[in-house]
Design a protein around this ligand. Sequence first.
Ligand code: NAP
Length: 490
Amino acid sequence: MSTLQSINARTGEPHGKTLNASTEQDIDTAVTEAHAAFATWRSSTGVQRAELLEALAKGLEGEREKLVAWADLETALGPVRLNGELDRTTFQLRRFADIAQRGEPFAVLDDPAVAGGPPAGHPAMVRQRVPLGPVAMFAASNFPFAFSVLGGDTASALAAGCSVVVKAHPGHPGLSLQVFAIIQRVLKALDLPAGLIGLVQGAGVETGVGLIRHPLIAAGAFTGSTRGGAALQAEANARPRPIPFYGELGSVNPLIALPAALAAKGGELATTLAGSITLGCGQFCTNPGLLVLIDGPETDTFIDQLTLALTKQQPHPMLTPGMRKAFDAGIKRFMEAGARSLLQGQGTPPAPGPQLLQVSAQRFIERAELRDEVFGPSSLIVRCASVDEVHQVLDAVGGSLTVTLWGADEDSADNRALVRSASQIAGRVLFAGVPTGVAVTAAQQHGGPWPSSTAPMTTSVGDAALERFLRPVCLQDAPAWLLARKGVPC
Ligand code: NAP
């Protein structure tokens, strides 16, 4: 039987006893129970869904101290960040509780009958939505609360009326079990089926692959690397009955700083940017990994200011030794592809130091490996000779969760063209501030074209995350009793 182990992220030492990975039988049991629970949960009311989500939020808060201690031990993210992330997680659960209670999942479009023949005449039609079914949810390493067992995917799927089987991330197995224990207690207290939220664990690809292949799974929701997401999407598509797969993946998040912005407040922007590059040891999908700058004196000064600001940053250790290795290998790959190092921080082992590299736009466009995400506290400056080259660089990136555009304050042909290029490749375009920090709100869009996401029409953060787990159904000439359900599925 394969096993997994909780590891102290600061020392690399094993913590606690070895855990058994879920077997094929365990996965089958979890999915079968989730499928049975879905039969009733799909027709639950908004009030029932809100009651569960609120109780889960309270459950997390009730054990805050213990959970944050576990999370800190397994991730080294520190209590301040982790308490904040727990707050965000309960906020998400409560926001989806409110969305369910307000009846959002049951919204109907009523299209009354029109007398006469087609095409203008038609029967009475009502368009409503039904939940997809049991969702396979893949937790992320870098958000042990907000994108994990009770994270946004689980909250939005439950609010939509789906059941969930979580594949916990092997980077925080102890924390995942603690959170799962809270879930089990809450489900029992509310007299809901224990299988409504299941959990499987494993430290190899078999567990996730077994889960996404299971014939009773109706959708996948994934937060993680582009490579992992691509592999699981391929599995979802290769099933005898392919299923929707919502993968939120890695991203380089280009930040374009126009000379006007740098001339106005380059020093301040450099300090803000250095903080964003090193925040959480750079382990954010929205980390500004690519700085697109136009040659000129303002840019030269800004690079000096940024280098200096970065030397003052001391990132904490990375989530796992594997991530540290991947970070070092990524920097080496950049240098082999022609990037020049401007700052090679040594860090305090095992924590890495900040890294700043530079490459020409032409080289960046030629070498695909320079467009890969390097997960950690680093950024690659791409030097452009003109605004035209900025467009070419964005085209080469192709897809990103965000693009930040500093200095586009005036309505001009150049700025319109830059907004067009940025919107073409990103889900969120920022005109101030930094891309790290993703607000949980109605207008949020967290998902962009490949390779940042497998489903750029959807978002994994914000209210619209719910939409991923609902499928439209048109009821034609439906009987009165069915219409009286007002969008609540049978
Ligand atoms: P990861 O290595 O892709 O792991 C995520 C999950 O997928 C784990 O449970 C992993 O399980 C599983 N997995 C990976 N490859 C698989 C495969 N080939 N087949 C089946 N399962 C597989 O990612 P991570 O280490 O958690 O996170 C780092 C990455 O996530 C970064 O690239 C970051 O940018 C991205 N991220 C994106 C977002 C977003 O919202 N877009 C948010 C946070 C992080 P095993 O390890 O057990 O195989």
